[in-house]
Design a protein around this ligand. Structure first.
Ligand code: ADE
Ligand code: ZN
Length: 326
């Protein structure tokens, strides 16, 4: 009898990950204690009971509330290190990490503290964890464009080590077209461009992200399946869609994992990858997403290899780094 060897995870790139969404309940309590913050939960169990979401907004309410424990540069560094350790075990070899600077500025945290805390750990990630990284400044679409423009200016003025911008938070009612000037400015500054579109919002938001913002990649994008013409365009242009299956289930964008459009998206020839979004909130990291997909859909090794290759080719890594990873 062969000894059971744990399956080595496929090397993948994680392209859709909010660093604030990696704050595990245990770390929330540890940081609260370190910072003398009183949490509105009696303990871990009471906090864990809150992780029952009905839609995107019900999650966002808890996600923003829990950020209260992030006060110092060290807090941001500890959160980032914990993610990279776990991601390495999941087989992640390249990570493009979003952070929400406006969610920290509005709480009185300096841009320096949040950016340096995350970036200082990313700087040594390839040596320490074998994970190359790119930091993405994500802007909150439920705030005015003026706020995003101001923060982008500040990030550029401080020469923050960001490689791209993204657009997140409450989607419906905040279409990509609201951020045309932000994306023009970021493009001019040489930044790569991505945006959440078609998570809860309609397929028309995906067109807007492509045509008005000029994004290179769409975060989520599952609602493209409502629009066959859009699917054809996305297939022809090989537009990457960073899909987050467990997130979609937990936020009720789909009823169950068995109802997830990922297999149909693969069959349609879309350039999809598998990502964890906010793994501390949605019940799993990239390896957990793959494991649950495999259990429900009997994904073939060929499908899994294609998803992994898509993630690497769709990244903003250098061609040199991509060649090392495939
Ligand atoms: N911010 C963090 N996670 C998000 C998601 N899944 N959608 C929109 N904004 C987010
Ligand atoms: Zn997201």
């Amino acid at each position: 009898v062969e000894p059971a060897v744990p399956a080595k995870p496929l090397p993948v790139a994680e392209l859709h990950l909010h660093i604030e969404g990696t704050l595990q309940p245990e770390l929330i309590f540890a940081l609260a204690e370190r910072n003398g913050i009183e949490l509105p939960y009696s303990g871990l169990d009471e906090l864990r009971e809150k992780y029952e979401f009905t839609d995107l907004q019900s999650f966002l309410d808890l996600y923003y509330a829990n950020m209260a424990v992030l006060r110092t540069e060290q807090d941001f560094a500890d959160m980032t290190r914990a993610y990279l350790e776990r991601a390495a075990a999941a087989g992640v070899r390249h990570a493009e990490i979003m952070m929400d600077p406006q969610a920290h500025l509005s709480r009185g945290i300096s841009l320096e503290a949040c950016v340096s805390g995350v970036a200082s750990v990313l700087a040594t990630s390839e040596d320490e964890f074998g994970i190359s990284t790119i930091l993405i400044a994500a802007f909150l679409r439920d705030l005015p464009e003026e706020s995003a423009l101001e923060v982008l200016d500040q990030l550029l003025a401080m020469d923050a080590p960001i490689g791209a911008i993204g657009l997140d938070s409450a989607e419906v009612g905040n279409p990509p077209s609201k951020f045309e000037r932000l994306y023009a400015k970021a493009r001019e500054a040489g930044l790569r461009l991505t945006a959440h579109a078609g998570e809860e919002g309609p397929a028309s938001y995906i067109y807007e992200a492509l045509d008005i913002l000029g994004v290179e990649r769409i975060d989520h994008g599952i609602r493209c399946m409502d629009d066959p013409e859009l699917v054809e365009r996305l297939v022809d242009a090989r537009v990457p869609l960073t899909v987050c299956p467990l997130s979609n289930v937990r936020l009720r964008a789909v009823d169950t994992l068995a109802d997830h459009p990922l297999p149909a998206m693969l069959a349609a020839g879309l350039n999809v990858s598998v990502n964890s979004d906010d793994p501390a909130y949605f019940g799993g990291y990239v390896d957990d997403n793959f494991a649950q997909l495999t259990a429900v859909f009997e994904l073939s090794d060929f499908d899994k290899a294609r998803l992994a290759a898509n993630s690497i080719h769709s990244s903003f890594a250098t061609e040199e780094r991509k060649a090392e990873l495939v």
